[in-house]
Design a protein around this ligand. Structure first.
Ligand code: ADE
Length: 239
């Protein structure tokens, strides 16, 4: 998979080359390009923004600069992803869909956003998603790109050491993951639950499922409401 990011703060995207993502690059599983938007400016000030039509606070990023940048970076096989608090919420389902893409291009806006015609124009040639990572406002899209890229890349075949970890994630069955424990058996007077040391795998699976249901009920009741009857077994309904 190829990932490109266009931004006025290329150094902000350095973490894309660290840890799990860095290893995925070294192993040739992904290729990442980070581009400075100002490379497509021609004036001495390298201006990327201008005052908004209609008035109001802040500045809007200029369409000419973005248009040329995207003409250079995108191909006919790209999907353009624009992080914005005004976007569709990013979910695990979207991460899974993005993991199937050949080329993702992220356009990081700052200030009050990017001239809408940039996306209307791009949408004539490629799919364009305006995406939010949560109901809060960041200074720009860069941190949101780090979040989305990490969520997508860990799903690519060969990236995680143990592929079962991705399959058993929170959200993979529509529930939050329950608690985990490791040695020692008792730590600061707190014991590991007996069932996990019982060796009875049917009981362990049932206990984990009950913990996931209980945690989801308390922390994210909206997720439980979205589960269909078919996603719940007879024991689940009793919990
Ligand atoms: N840019 C600013 N806030 C954002 C958010 N919540 N999600 C994605 N991009 C953003």
């Amino acid at each position: 998979m190829k990932l490109d990011v266009v931004t006025i703060f290329p150094e902000y995207l350095q973490p894309l080359r660290a840890a799990l993502l860095g290893r995925a690059i070294e192993r040739g599983l992904i290729e990442i390009g980070v581009h400075d938007l100002r490379d497509w400016t021609y004036d001495v000030h390298r201006a990327v923004d201008d005052a908004p039509y209609g008035g109001g606070p802040g500045m809007v990023m200029k369409p000419q600069v973005w248009g040329e940048a995207l003409d250079t970076v995108c191909t006919e096989r790209s999907r353009l992803v624009v992080p914005t608090p005004a976007g569709t919420p990013f979910t695990q389902t979207m991460a899974r869909a993005y993991a199937e893409e050949e080329h993702l291009v992220f356009a990081c806006g700052r200030y009050e956003g990017i001239d809408q015609r940039v996306f209307d124009d791009a949408a004539r040639r490629m799919p364009v998603d305006e995406v939010s990572i949560g109901d809060y406002v960041l200074v720009g899209g860069e941190a949101a790109v780090l979040v989305m890229v990490e969520a997508v890349v860990r799903l690519l075949p060969g990236v995680l050491g143990n592929p079962v970890s991705a399959e058993q994630d929170s959200f993979s069955d529509g529930l939050l993951e329950g608690p985990s424990y490791t040695r020692p058996e008792v730590w600061r007077d707190l014991p590991v639950p007996d069932v996990l040391r019982s060796g009875n795998h049917a009981h362990i699976d049932r206990w984990r499922r009950d913990q996931a249901l209980e945690r989801t009920y308390h922390r994210r009741p909206d997720l439980l409401e979205r589960l269909g009857e078919a996603d719940l077994d007879a024991r689940d309904r009793a919990v």
